[in-house]
Write a protein of this length. Structure first.
Length: 634
């Protein structure tokens, strides 16, 4: 543990407890103690916690090893991969704790030279930071508990820890600050130079009131927050990709009738009904366009359709009234852009037509941050950081945003049914009709939520746990958190030279999962304790589908018959040996998945080696060597 003595001497000189840092050290001790006591006194806990006792502040001392007992008592709140046990000895417990919360920091910087059980100031700061994070997520859990109930609040608490694990930047990112007029965004969007695909980020149609408030802000000259984009010259992309601010842009482009999806609908309408002036009417008189739609289509456009097709919306009916009846904005209330485009407005002391504000080289500029050097992985990290400040995107939405352009993500999101409404509900776009559509029905039957790319996560989790290695270079098992394992899958699939990097193999791999899910769905007597009372639980569903994915290349069409042949034995195991673990730490999940996968393959009489060779020959690798290593080390 003691290496590089010169460097250590410098570190110890910096972090050694001396009179100079005595006050700072005392404050750090008080802060850590207060957090430990607060966590121990929390009245309600996630469902997977062991029963613990509250802690007296007087029993927590950081000048000796007495603080360790307090950490052991509140360890469930710290979300450690390895449990801490005082019987292992104080020094060993401290080492395990610090490796869990600061894996990239040298232990010599964190503990005293004289005693590994005593923390340096830096060690105390690291511990306090982790305790503060635990307290913040504890508070979020308590808020969720009142609204969602214990089970759902626990699941959200686990997810929050996983998302935090993804939030460290991995290298320099270069960016420049500039400004664009609204027309700059509109021209780039129309020319296909600005990525506003609905599969990018989450659904981006704001509620009407939010959209109207944004346009009112523009009309009043209120500056908007920065739009953040990735410069296409930094990557293989051919257009600007919106990192942050997509909903604002979509709202503005929709209001002025320049959203690319709306324009595509007009092109499709012109092809289907060429006798009518769709584009001209849409661009110059939107109320007349609505009447034309009704005449030709035989029904009126609804607000829902207009949102799905990104057609324009009216300004708020009470626009400007809060500023008095004489407000110039009051004249625009309840009207479409085409009805007010030639009216004048005073924006920041400059009077001119509204059309100039939205379509000309206006003085009204939107701040833009252009990333000029950033990898997809770093953009993923940026998403994590931005979206923990305010309303969060979840890990799946972030992942979809970063990897939306690779074939595998597109196939997964389509097969899962998580592509957003405009691409799926559009009258003029074909819905997917291939065999992958069976996944949606199975997920419906299994009670898998449609919200926020949840279904894409399940499919990605299945693939990442079956067709991607979970061993390190030395052959030892590598137990990545679920989000990290899925991100590893996406990074692999981002390489066009990898078997999963092409659309054909990506579709074939998702088709294999569809076949496995169909086989899984054919078995009706899974034990309720394994399946879940209100629908399949994520972990048990993934764990029991993975071995079917691995067995399918070996058994082929025989797989459903083999399942039926051994259905009673599988039902028995699901009722006795495969109860969902109460804990959800990463190690526990991997051990559970390894046990279920290997035992199911054994019951199905599919040798591990045959399963590995069969799937690896198609998709490059499998998890079987890693699962075997995890099972043998359990």
């Amino acid at each position: 543990m003691r290496t590089e003595r010169c460097t250590l001497a410098e570190d110890r000189a910096r972090y050694r407890v001396t009179a100079v840092v005595g006050d700072e050290l005392d404050e750090a001790m008080r802060s850590a103690t207060a957090l430990i006591v607060s966590l121990s006194e929390t009245p309600a806990t996630p469902s997977e916690f062991d029963k613990r006792s509250s802690i007296d502040a007087a029993s927590v001392g950081f000048r000796d090893a007495s603080w360790i007992a307090g950490i052991v008592e509140i360890q469930d709140w710290l979300r450690l991969d390895e449990p801490l046990d005082l019987d292992d000895g104080a020094n060993y417990v401290v080492r395990r704790l610090l490796q869990g919360i600061a894996p990239s920091t040298s232990l010599d910087r964190l503990v005293s030279e004289a005693d590994d059980a005593v923390l340096t100031l830096h060690g105390l700061e690291v511990l306090t930071s982790h305790l503060e994070r635990a307290a913040a997520l504890r508070d979020r859990f308590l808020d969720d508990l009142e609204v969602l109930g214990r089970s759902a609040a626990t699941a959200d608490w686990v997810t929050a820890w996983e998302e935090i694990a993804e939030a460290s930047l991995s290298g320099p990112i270069r960016a420049r600050a500039t400004t664009w007029a609204i027309r700059d965004f509109a021209i780039r969007a129309e020319n296909g130079q600005l990525d506003l695909s609905p599969t990018y980020q989450r659904g981006d149609v704001w509620p009407s009131k939010d959209a109207q408030l944004l346009i009112e802000s523009v009309l009043r000259g209120i500056p908007l927050p920065s739009i953040i984009v990735l410069d296409p010259r930094t990557s293989s992309a051919v257009n600007y990709e919106v990192v942050d601010g997509k909903q604002r842009l979509s709202t503005i482009l929709r209001f002025i009738g320049r959203h690319p999806i709306a324009l595509q609908q007009l092109s499709d309408l012109t092809q289907a009904h060429p006798a009518h002036p769709w584009l001209e009417t849409f661009s110059t008189d939107y109320p007349a366009f609505r009447q034309l739609w009704r005449r030709v289509m035989g029904r009126a456009l609804t607000l829902t359709q207009e949102k799905e097709l990104y057609f324009p919306f009216k300004l708020a009916p009470d626009l400007g009234l809060s500023h008095g009846a004489s407000s110039p904005l009051a004249d625009f209330a309840g009207r479409y852009y085409t009805e007010i485009a030639d009216e004048t407005v005073d924006v920041a002391g400059s009077i001119g037509p509204i059309r100039e504000l939205f379509e000309g080289p206006s003085d009204y500029q939107i701040p833009v941050i252009e990333y000029t050097e950033a990898s997809p992985r770093q953009i993923h990290e940026v998403f994590n950081i931005y979206n923990r400040q305010g309303k969060h995107l979840n890990a799946e939405e972030i992942r979809n945003a970063v990897y939306h352009d690779i074939p595998l993500m597109r196939v997964l999101a389509t097969a899962a049914g998580d592509r957003t409404a405009p691409l799926r509900a559009s009258r003029f776009n074909e819905k997917p009709t291939d065999s992958l559509s069976s996944i949606e029905q199975i997920f419906d039957d299994y009670g898998v939520s449609r919200s926020r790319f949840k279904r894409t996560k399940i499919l990605s989790w299945i693939m990442a746990t079956s067709l991607i290695s979970c061993t390190g270079p030395d052959g030892a098992p590598r137990r990545l958190a679920t989000a990290q394992q899925i991100n590893h899958l996406m990074e692999i699939a981002s390489d066009p030279g990898h078997p999963l990097g092409g659309r054909g193999k990506a579709s074939e791999a998702v088709g294999l999962i569809a076949f496995a899910l169909q086989t899984h769905h054919g078995m009706q007597n899974w034990a309720p304790s394994f399946r879940g009372a209100r629908g399949w639980q994520d972990l048990t569903l993934v764990a029991s589908v993975v071995p079917l994915v691995l067995a399918a290349p070996v058994l082929g069409p025989e797989l459903p018959d083999r399942m039926r042949l051994h259905e009673d034995r599988l039902a028995e195991l699901s009722a006795t040996s495969w109860s969902k673990p109460r804990k959800t730490q990463t190690n526990v999940q991997w051990e559970f998945q390894a046990r279920v996968a290997l035992e199911m393959l054994s019951v199905l009489d599919v040798p591990n080696e045959a399963a590995h060779v069969g799937a690896a020959s198609l998709f490059g690798d499998t998890s079987i060597p890693g699962l075997r290593a995890i099972a043998s080390s359990d």
